[in-house]
Design a protein around this ligand. Structure first.
Ligand SMILES: [Mg+2]
Length: 292
């Protein structure tokens, strides 16, 4: 599950400072964890605590408590109002917040139907607009299928048949893509950028290089990439990573490990415990969890 966090943290420096190139430094003085990491970990915490129960009140409590603890993580204005209110009702959002936080669901689920059920459960707490539900489902199902060993071709077909058109051109995105916060204008782009990537680090560079909501796009792209390139059960993706040079593998370890060091001790511990319990198929050779 750490891929989403690594993507968020590296992307954080470029959300308001888009770089339309694949040549950029992974870390700079703006690098931090943002709302994407906090919410992904809030959902992970819920499943660690209630692995077999869909308890809306408890999920609500965990999301509100966790986000209030990290209130300066960079939430959107409507979500921030919701956090600070006593409201327990969703607010009909179709923002990409639905999709950037959903990846833990894919690791918990034991079937495609369960992935959809759990995705809707965690999404509808705030993002109950049909496009919010759809964006989260698309990311959750894609990661679930990749974890089961799906190829890129299968993901492309599944997404095009069930969710979105992926008819993009990379140079056109680099030139013309702008800041978009809706699921429908960022989730299909994230899927596409993953599909055209050569490896894990290339996927991250693709994600940042189109600009826009960089932390959230790279959160989604690296969540997908982890479940493909670092997944021992995904023959197609894992063989690409295994064939990389020692230097390239070391670059991935350094990137993942350094990114997670930006989390607080509490947050990185949730990540480590969740991955230890649910992400057994992910090759942990590519990460050193901080404070281990
Ligand atoms: Mg963010």
């Amino acid at each position: 599950m750490f891929g989403a966090l690594v993507g968020d943290i590296i992307g954080s420096a470029y959300e308001f400072n888009n770089v339309k190139t694949k040549e950029f430094s992974f870390f700079n003085h703006e690098t931090r964890f943002t709302d994407d990491s906090v919410l992904t970990l809030a959902i992970s915490s819920y499943f660690l605590k209630f692995p077999d129960e869909l308890n809306r009140d408890e999920l609500l409590k965990i999301i509100k408590n966790t986000t209030r603890k990290y209130i300066n993580a960079g939430y959107g204005p409507s979500f921030l109002r919701w956090i600070n209110s006593e409201s327990s009702l969703p607010y009909n959002s179709y923002g990409n917040g639905a999709a950037m936080r959903v990846s833990p669901v894919s690791y918990i689920s034991k079937s495609l139907d369960e992935t959809i059920l759990l995705s809707d459960f965690v999404t509808s707490i705030t993002h109950n607009h049909p496009e919010g539900i759809k964006g989260a489902r698309c990311i959750a199902v894609s990661i679930y299928l990749l974890l089961q060993g799906a190829s890129k071709r299968e993901i492309k077909e599944y997404v095009q048949n069930n969710f979105y058109s992926l008819d993009f051109d990379y140079s056109d995105l680099v030139q013309n893509y702008k800041f978009e916060i809706s699921c429908q204008k960022s989730v299909p782009q994230a899927i596409y950028l993953f599909l055209i990537s050569d490896n894990y680090i290339d996927a991250l560079k693709n994600a940042i290089s189109i600009g826009g909501d960089s932390d959230t796009i790279s959160d989604m792209v690296l969540a997908l990439s982890e479940s493909y390139y670092l997944n021992k059960n995904n023959k197609e993706g894992y063989s690409i990573t295994k064939a990389l040079s020692i230097e390239n593998k070391q670059e991935m370890i350094d990137l993942n490990s350094k990114a997670l060091s930006y989390l607080t001790k509490d947050l990185s511990e949730i990540c480590r415990v969740f991955d230890e319990k649910y992400a057994l198929m992910i090759d942990k050779e590519f990460i050193n969890y901080p404070n281990k």
